[in-house]
Unconditional design. Structure first.
Length: 256
């Protein structure tokens, strides 16, 4: 397992702040998940700078899909089409960054037409995973937190993986999100062979606050122990917006 840090806490800052952060933390953190959102929305200019930083400081990147104002499961064909195009553009940028993983968010369901929304969601996810495959880019689909009509619970992902059994896609297990639906332990047990990426942040079991690792009820020693026992060997990304660096260093300490 390798430990990295998400740029989620920097999405509202100027891109220059990200550059300064990656440069100043280069001796502490070499793996960064670039959240393609808000002020950090990727462009050719930003990709070039990030590639130069990676070369200079031996950095590795994963990329998190854009998600605000998008819905790949929308019943409105225009919204769905534009959302997919924006994510496809993000996937191409991730490929240019030589990203080790692309984290994909599922779409959001229409409360009046759940089955139809789910069908469109699965179709869109399949299209995007296959699009990324053309670039040789691995994809993990993230579980969403409590309060969303989408892929949030173990039962949702069981259905997803049944329907997509021919698709080369994994689960980006968001530990904090799983905790908000009371299914963290079950996620870890049921998807041992599907978890290909992990997000870590804490909360009170109800609100998706993306707190520091010490700001909630999750037992991190137990989580890490379980992942080790299941043979997980990929990236653990700290996605806290509170105490991000402290949380990253805390996780490194747990690993000894």
């Amino acid at each position: 397992m390798e430990i990295g840090l998400s740029t989620l806490y920097l999405t509202t800052k100027h891109f220059k702040k990200l550059v300064k952060t990656l440069t100043s933390y280069a001796d502490k953190c070499r793996i960064w998940e670039i959240v393609d959102e808000a002020n950090l929305r990727l462009s050719q200019f930003k990709v070039k700078i990030l590639k130069d930083l990676a070369k200079t400081f031996q950095l590795k990147y994963t990329v998190h899909t854009p998600f605000n104002d998008l819905n790949i499961a929308s019943l409105n064909p225009i919204i769905k089409r534009v959302s997919i195009k924006i994510v496809e553009k993000s996937i191409k940028f991730a490929w240019e960054l030589e990203a080790k993983m692309y984290v994909l968010h599922p779409g959001f369901y229409n409360v009046f037409q759940l089955e139809k929304s789910e069908k469109i969601n699965f179709q869109s996810l399949k299209r995007l995973v296959n699009y990324a495959k053309n670039f040789g880019l691995p994809v993990s689909v993230e579980n969403l937190p409590n309060g969303f009509l989408s892929l949030t619970r173990v039962e949702d992902f069981k259905k997803f993986f049944r329907r997509m059994e021919d698709l080369d896609v994994g689960l980006a297990l968001d530990v904090g999100h799983a905790y908000t639906v009371g299914q963290l332990k079950i996620f870890l047990e049921k998807f041992q062979d599907k978890i290909t990426h992990v997000h870590l942040h804490n909360n009170n079991g109800k609100l998706d606050s993306h707190g520091g690792l010490d700001e909630g009820g999750i037992d991190w020693v137990e989580v890490v122990k379980t992942l080790k026992n299941t043979g997980f060997s990929r990236y653990l990304i700290v996605e806290s917006t509170s105490k991000p660096l402290e949380s990253y260093l805390k996780l490194k300490k747990i690993f000894g």
